[in-house]
Design a protein. Structure first.
Lengths: 661, 79
């Protein structure tokens, strides 16, 4: 098994042409079943794994050579069923229903087989060749669950292979099975349940086949079942094809409800539940589980008092680790780049157009390496560690009650925590929220959380010139404002949050290699996207100064700078903050022509500048991802809100500063 | 006579059986996805402070359920 050519796609609605020639293998399973681990095992490290539901929010594709055949393997976001509640689920659903899929590998956490089979049964309705990958069999045995693989294979009518993906066990056998299944193209068939329910599903399927034989690109049986379940996604599909049929569907639903004395979705659901329980009981032997250290940890970490104490201690250690680690690396790096910069100026000069571009581009590059990377790396590493261990869902449990105060529920803390690294993945993670309104508020919060870049500005300006306590003050002030903003917006959008329902997975010992690789994968986003921006931005500022454009721009921005009581010269730097927040600070040094900011600006002005930079509109990358998550209106609302907020807070800070100093 | 109550008022370490899931289609489906169905056995593991969420064990899985959600699950205490 050898990796041939891999490509990471962020999002695509159709597979590109070059991918259509090879068999399409799709990995699908419930969250935390080890799909991404399996994917990485066959495709090299391309997919982010985590120990919380919703780690994979978009799909990842890789071309893999297996036993001399080339396949496209796609890792889809984990989903509990084919009914979608958040956007990650929807991605999976959309892919399965609209893209070419030759073989489905249904990855199942063997220790959770009874629940996982409910997804398996739904996947079988798709009538696509399928292989069941019974993953984490070691974990299952620890829990006292022993599964008869042959019997399971017979009941499901498909190959079943046991694996321990995290150690690479059974992966070869799995793909050998996939190969055979692909070769014979044996489609999965749904398993029949009780006769009266089957009769109604069958007659609806027949009806749909008669009326709309060609309009639906996936299994009609699945459509029938999902319509009876009242799934709005499938109702929408029908509405676009034949809206008049919905009335007919209602009749079928009523028929089902009347014969069972409960709503049709409950009938279908209990049917599936009963079926998976019966298969589970038929194929497995359950004995007493071994008690493990992991089961005891939560007595402390989720305790009503100690849980919060540990949470605070962890966060304290976490941030100390970042700052200590960061400054340890930053100081020598800065000294080094200062020397090189002088050397460079000596070589190319500092007056010609060429030399200005070279020198400013170099300043941008050096800033990225010396000021940003030293903090970003330890942060992302620490975060990956917390994720892999499985601590984040516990934080969601502990914080649920507080998140309700700002109109959200516990899950919203996950994007907020991710936001401390970078707002971009944080806004993407709001996909795990169920309702559009929760997604909007969570996005606002995620976009306002002081990311690593803002932290750099707070530390570099307020921390450096006004002292560490002042920096901490700004930081805490920021958090208070975020909480108040969340509360305010929830009042404006009075809708009850759907509430928390979140699986709390077992703790896992992280593997250093995986954690490091994941850190690298995320660091790469900074290196390929933000860093070039920084370099180009610096060069552009150099150019603008060379052509004396800065004065004009500063004049346009004069209303803002004068309202905030800042020197007109800093106007230009505000624009750069839109590209990257830390650019504002680096550009400030350049615009003022000195690193000794106190010689040109008062302490009050430094504070006002920092507050404004920290709060006003998110950076370009965040705006881009906001556009994708909450569409144009939501994005504009967030941009407008933060801008007005920053102005207000800036003026407020100015007044307070005047009173103090 | 069985003890009937909603899931949020069940004591710690008590085992209960789900009798009914009130609320709409969305609530039912979301709870179903995580393995909570009518007739299932649930053990309440812990309950958060200040009307925080509760942690339950169902089919060998731990699931955090918000207080509001838990109020919609009617259960019988297993004697």
């Amino acid at each position: 098994m050898k990796e041939k050519d891999t490509k990471r796609e962020t999002r695509a609605t159709r597979a590109p042409q070059k991918y259509r020639n090879h068999p399409q293998i799709v990995l699908i399973g419930q969250p935390n079943c080890g799909k991404s681990t399996l994917f990485n095992e066959v495709a090299g490290y391309h997919s982010v794994t985590s120990n919380f539901p919703g780690a994979t929010v978009t799909y990842t594709r890789s071309q893999v050579r297996i036993l001399n055949h080339i396949y496209d393997v796609v890792d889809l976001p984990g989903t509990y069923s084919l009914t979608s509640f958040d956007q990650a689920d929807r991605e999976t659903q959309n892919y399965l229903l609209t893209q070419r899929v030759d073989v489905i590998i249904n990855v199942v956490d063997a220790s959770l087989i009874s629940r996982s089979l409910e997804l398996t049964l739904q996947l079988m309705e798709l009538e696509i060749p399928m292989v069941l990958c019974l993953n984490m069999v070691d974990e299952a045995e620890r829990k006292g669950i022993k599964i008869d693989v042959d019997k399971l294979s017979m009941r499901l009518g498909m190959a079943v292979v046991t694996t321990v993906a995290s150690r690479g066990i059974g992966v070869k056998e799995l793909f050998r099975s996939v190969l055979r299944t692909e070769h014979v193209r044996k489609k999965a068939r749904h398993i029949r349940g009780s006769r009266d329910v089957e009769r109604i599903i069958a007659s609806l399927t027949r009806l749909l086949k008669q009326i709309i034989p060609n309009e639906i690109p996936f299994s009609m049986h699945l459509l029938a079942t999902k319509l009876l379940e009242g799934d709005p996604y499938f109702e929408e599909i029908l509405r676009t094809v034949r809206p008049d049929l919905l009335e007919k569907i209602a009749e079928f639903k009523q028929q089902l409800a009347q014969s069972h004395g409960r709503s049709s979705d409950e009938v279908i659901d209990s049917e599936r539940h009963a079926l998976s329980m019966s298969i589970f009981e038929d194929v497995s032997v359950v004995t007493k589980p071994q008690v493990h250290w992991r089961d005891r940890i939560d007595n402390l970490l989720m305790h009503n008092l100690w849980g919060y104490v540990f949470l605070i201690v962890f966060l304290f250690l976490f941030f100390n680790f970042i700052f200590k680690g960061g400054s340890f690396i930053e100081t020598p790096l800065l000294a080094f780049f200062d020397k090189v910069s002088l050397l460079l100026k000596g070589t190319v000069g500092s007056d010609s157009l060429f030399s200005i571009i070279v020198n400013s581009a170099f300043a941008g590059m050096a800033g990225g390496i010396a000021v940003v990377l030293p903090y970003l790396f330890p942060f992302l590493f620490g975060l990956s560690l917390l994720e892999d261990v499985g601590y984040l869902p516990r934080v969601a449990f502990l914080m649920d009650v507080f998140m309700h105060k700002i109109g959200l529920h516990g899950k919203a803390i996950i994007p907020a925590i991710l936001g401390y690294g970078c707002n971009v993945p944080a806004v993407m993670a709001t996909r795990i929220m169920e309702s559009p309104r929760d997604r909007l508020i969570a996005s606002l919060v995620a976009a306002m959380v002081p990311c690593a870049a803002r932290m750099t500005v707070i530390l570099g300006l307020v921390g450096y010139y006004l002292g560490g306590n002042a920096a901490l003050g700004v930081y805490l002030f920021n958090l208070v404002v975020i909480a108040l903003s969340g509360a305010l917006v929830s009042r404006l959008l009075p809708e009850v949050t759907p509430g928390l329902v979140l699986e709390i997975p077992a703790y896992q010992l992280p593997r250093l290699k995986v954690t490091l690789l994941k850190t690298w994968l995320r660091l790469k986003d900074f290196i390929v996207i933000a860093w070039p921006l920084l370099i180009v931005g610096s060069a552009v500022l150099g150019l603008a100064e060379y052509y004396q454009l800065t004065d004009g721009i500063n004049r346009i921005l004069a209303p803002i700078t004068s309202l905030l009581g800042l020197p007109a010269k800093v106007g230009m730097t505000l624009i750069f903050g839109v590209l990257r927040k830390e650019l504002s600070m680096l550009m400030l040094f350049q615009a003022l022509g000195t690193h000794d900011v106190l010689s040109v600006m008062t302490r009050g002005q430094i504070l006002v500048f920092t507050i404004f930079i920290v709060f006003y509109i998110p950076c370009v990358a965040t705006i881009g991802v906001l556009y994708r998550q909450v569409r144009e209106k939501g994005m504009l609302a967030i941009v407008g809100f933060t801008f007005v907020l920053a102005l207000l807070l800036g003026v407020l800070t100015r007044i307070v500063a005047l009173l103090i100093w | 006579m069985t003890d009937r109550m909603t899931l949020d008022s069940v004591e710690k370490e008590k085992e209960v059986t789900v009798v009914e899931i009130q609320g709409g289609w969305g609530v039912r489906q979301r709870l179903n996805q995580l393995g909570i169905h009518r007739g299932d056995r649930i053990v309440v593991k812990r309950s958060g402070i200040m009307k925080g969420p509760i942690l339950i064990q169902v089919h060998g899985i731990e699931v955090a359920v918000g207080r509001g959600m838990a109020q919609k699950v009617v259960v019988d205490v297993v004697q």
